[in-house]
Design a protein around this ligand. Structure first.
Ligand code: PEP
Ligand code: MG
Length: 324
């Protein structure tokens, strides 16, 4: 099987009925790009920039960040690179920020919330990204967006920094797409409104599942509630894709679910445009998608969305698509 998959390294990802989707990879450092290319990744769908900030005593400088972003963009040779702005907080701490302990860190001061308040830190990252943008195909996305106002504020900051840089004579790409993660249920429910303002969505199912089911993604005791195939999750994903496509925007997914063999047929049928996963899952996913017909799956998806339990969904998908 592995040898079969290896032959697909330079192939595009097309379904049996010739529908193209993009298979992208999640990365954490510039060194990860090698694995993306070796596994035939068509893009970086999620560059988690937290690692630049972690395991040190001070914030990374603008130049350090610029170097990292530029390296990733150059190594990807013009293929899309979706960089997520700092998503710290929750389970990921930065001791040197000296933030007060919270009762519920996952519901607290994290990600875009923290960035919109600690604007010096945020603007430094944005400037590093904008300066790097001319070295490749950069797309920027903001994590943990709960309200349209947050997206507007974050985007306004990006546009302000862009204008300032251009005034100083720095070249900034004119084609940077600006999007957001959909990982809080409010943003999935309001996707029709967000879709008018973003260039793209990337669904973060790791968090979307925990917030929708109110089940901590790290807590074993409630892990039985952490259900990617629960129709509640599938309906939210469906809503987001419909809303985006209505406005002509594309939708990716960068949570673990995007590389899951039970989820892939459903997501293809729902019309997901980009699947971002660990690099090592890409070839297997490409092989699976080449055997699936999107047109045929669409009828199954209608049935799946009307199901009432996770078990029903899983049993149906396994039987229909011969999995397991
Ligand atoms: C997610 O929440 O699905 C996601 C991709 O982000 P992270 O796992 O970094 O929270
Ligand atoms: Mg997340």
């Amino acid at each position: 099987q592995k040898a079969e998959w290896a032959k697909l390294v330079n192939e595009r990802t097309v379904s049996a009925d010739d529908h193209h989707v993009e298979l992208a990879a999640n990365i954490g450092t510039p060194e990860d790009v090698k694995g993306v290319l070796e596994n035939g990744g068509e893009a970086v769908g999620l560059y988690r920039t937290e690692f630049l900030y972690m395991g040190r005593d001070t914030l990374p400088t603008e130049d350090e960040q610029f170097d990292a972003y530029k390296t990733v963009l150059e190594r990807m040779e013009g293929k899309p690179v979706v960089v997520r702005t700092l998503d710290i907080g929750g389970d990921k701490e930065l001791p040197y920020l000296d933030l007060p302990k919270e009762m519920n860190p996952f519901l607290g001061f994290r990600a875009i919330r923290l960035c919109l308040e600690m604007q010096d830190m945020f603007r430094t990252q944005i400037r590093a990204l904008l300066r790097a943008s001319s070295y490749g195909n950069l797309k920027v996305m903001f994590p943990m967006i709960a309200t349209v106002d947050e997206f507007r504020q974050a985007k306004a900051i990006l546009l302000e920094e862009k204008a300032k840089l251009q005034e100083q004579g720095v070249t900034v790409s004119e084609n940077i797409e600006v999007g957001m993660m959909v990982e809080i249920p409010s943003s999935a429910v309001m996707a029709d409104q967000f879709a008018k303002e973003v260039d793209f969505f990337s669904i973060g199912t790791n968090d979307l599942i925990q917030y929708t089911m109110a089940a901590d993604r790290m807590n074993e005791r409630v892990s039985y509630l952490y259900q990617p195939y629960n129709p509640a999750i599938l309906r939210l994903v469906h809503m987001v894709i419909l809303a985006a496509h209505k406005e002509g925007k594309w939708v990716g997914m960068c949570g673990e679910m995007a590389g899951d063999e039970i989820a892939i047929p459903i997501l293809l049928g729902l019309g997901l445009d980009e699947f971002s996963m660990s690099a090592s899952s890409i070839l297997k996913a490409r092989s699976q998608i080449r055997h699936l017909s999107k047109g045929e799956i669409e009828q199954h998806v209608e049935k799946i969305l009307a199901m009432s339990t996770t078990t029903e969904v899983v049993d149906y998908v396994k039987a229909t698509f011969h999995i397991g």
